[in-house]
Design a binder for this molecule. Structure first.
Ligand code: SF4
Length: 375
């Protein structure tokens, strides 16, 4: 069979058989229920490499699932496809370096009650489920995601609410997981409404990748419910411009129209988005869709993810090629979430050359030096 014939066959098998069933295709629960999660199934749609086949055997230990929607974005013939590399494992996941951690951000040691991480003075992280729509191969919380062991029950939530009430300095709650948007509207509303009843909680943020993996989840009914709890902010994990499809644009517009403030969080991933061109394209595309590029994360040292880690020099270089060249609103902050629980530390190109008394020598984005005298 010639290459274009093979391509046609796989494309029809991958997209046609699902997409023809349009109504079901647009039903997020159908998408979740019909996720591709075995080597046999994925082999029907993607020409797997030897490394990918080995990686899929490893997923007996590590969660693996892809929504049919996200699968339809994969190039079945290109192992370097940025979508494919993020969700199909390779044998590299079996590699653990001596600097890898099971819990890289040491969340478990800062957990005063189950499901809650309290590290910063005025905000907490609330982990409400360990389920995700699709499992990212670079996931920091891979020690728990997809294990179907954790979901926030009303009993657990009572303890969380008590903790928040006893600690009035907490004004910002980040609802995360897993992915909180894999919960039903009812379950999610039960959590949000309980949080909203704590008078000192001013802002609720939702950390999610669902608008990318499952844009059909961002339904009218979901945003109508979320809107009741405004100010609601949403941090959306977006890694590549190829992820911003027409469906995703529609979902992002729906969120923005409902007054939900959105920001993007991007993980710097070797071979996926670690060039200034790829990152610039992503940041501009994100901004055009009314999402503020918020963070670029250095990839955390979770066990089995070393093949995704670009160097810090590379990260600094990328940011130096964004700042000044595109609007400041489109430039995210590059951070390292310090292993061991130190929190996010911003890493920036050096713009201050020297300080002599009241004279500051500064460097602009074109590498030209200027002086500022304090008076
Ligand atoms: S969506 Fe987030 S929590 Fe889920 S697998 Fe991806 S990185 Fe991990």
């Amino acid at each position: 069979m010639k290459k274009n014939e093979v391509e046609k066959e796989v494309t029809v098998a991958c997209a046609g058989s699902y997409k023809s069933k349009k109504a079901r295709w647009n039903d997020w629960k159908w998408q979740i229920k019909n996720r591709i999660n075995t080597l046999e199934e994925i082999s029907k749609y993607v020409h797997l490499t030897k490394e990918e086949k080995k990686g899929l055997v490893l997923t007996e230990r590590l969660a693996f699932a892809i929504t049919p929607y996200f699968l339809s974005l994969i190039d079945p013939f290109d192992p370097n496809c940025p979508i494919r590399k993020q969700c199909i494992p390779t044998s590299n996941e079996g590699v653990a370096t001596e600097f890898d951690y099971n819990d890289p951000c040491a969340e478990e040691k800062d957990s005063p009650v189950p499901g809650l991480v309290h590290r910063y003075p005025d905000r907490v992280l609330l982990l409400v489920t360990d389920e995700c729509a699709t499992y990212c191969r670079h996931c920091t919380r891979r020690r728990t995601t997809g294990h179907a062991k954790h979901v926030m029950t009303s009993k657990m939530l009572e303890k969380v609410i008590k903790y928040l009430t006893d600690n009035p300095a907490i004004r910002d709650v980040i609802v995360s997981g897993g992915d909180p948007l894999t919960l039903s509207d009812e379950k999610l509303e039960m959590i949000l409404s309980s949080l909203k009843k704590v008078p000192t909680v001013e802002v609720i943020r939702i950390g999610t990748r669902v608008p990318i993996f499952l844009p059909m989840r961002i339904s009218e009914s979901l945003v109508t419910m979320l809107k009741k709890y405004n100010p609601v902010w949403m941090s959306i994990h977006i890694n590549h411009s190829k992820e911003i499809t027409a469906d995703v644009k529609k979902a992002l517009a729906r969120l923005a129209d409902a007054g939900i403030v959105t920001g993007s969080q991007t993980v710097l991933l070797k071979g996926i988005n670690d060039t200034s061109e790829a990152m610039k394209k992503l940041c501009l595309e994100v901004m055009k869709n009314r999402v503020r590029p918020y963070y670029i994360y250095q990839c955390d040292p979770a066990i089995g993810t070393s093949h995704f880690r670009a160097s810090i020099e590379k990260g600094i270089d990328i940011v130096s090629k964004l700042r000044g060249f595109i609007s400041g609103y489109a430039v995210p902050t590059y951070v390292i979430d310090a292993p061991g629980g130190g929190g996010k530390i911003p890493i920036s190109p050096k713009y201050v050359v020297e300080k002599q008394g009241k004279k500051w020598t500064l460097k602009n984005f074109r590498d030209k030096h200027y002086e500022y005298i304090e008076t």
